[in-house]
Design a protein around this ligand. Sequence first.
Ligand SMILES: O=C(O)CCC(=O)C(=O)O
Ligand SMILES: [Fe+2]
Length: 220
Amino acid sequence: MYRILQLLTPEEVEECRKIAAAAPFVHGRITNPHNTAKDNEQLHEQQAYQKSSQLLMQAFGRSPEFAEFAFPTLIAPPLITRYKPGMKYGAHADAAFIQLPGQTIRSDLSCTIFLNEPESYEGGALHIRLGDGEMRFKLKPGEAVVYPSDTFHEVEPVTKGERLVAITFIQSQVPDPFRRNLLFDLNEVAALEGLKMDPQNFSRLQLVQQNLLRYWAEKP
Ligand SMILES: O=C(O)CCC(=O)C(=O)O
Ligand SMILES: [Fe+2]
């Protein structure tokens, strides 16, 4: 299951673009030399990375939709990434573990946050294989798609303009996608219908939610 989130305000999108415009980038394969599928550029300046990742982390932190869907325990600091004409990211599944200074994150979910107008570049859609089908995403600035890390996905070649995004990986409290998706459905029903329900039934629904979480979530 995937989810599209409205994550950033227009001001935050602007701030990310400004940071990207002023900072140096390196080829993505520098951090991942054996990944031949990867052909993009990533932000390469400590201060710019810190500033942009902090802003993006805050945006995840205030999104109830994200929390209800992902049950995040760890989020890799999002990295601004760009694709110039000819660049792409071939079909791949993400590495199971992402090594960061001081911690390792298991990638249960991956996320792309779109930062520039879809009309400003050609190509560059993100394709995600979900079951036997494929979904194609080219979202508006500030929107993000969160999807399972264990499924093939690719970025089609950019043929014109520039694709600017931020990418991150999320470790979930509920690693099993079947269970996580059930909990998400319960969260949605509680959020959408809770106030309309008989309060006693709402309490029972909350009891089921909390007890399943208690039973299924990884212990901290
Ligand atoms: O650029 C994107 O949207 C996806 C990048 C990606 O798949 C990755 O970094 O593993
Ligand atoms: Fe990926």
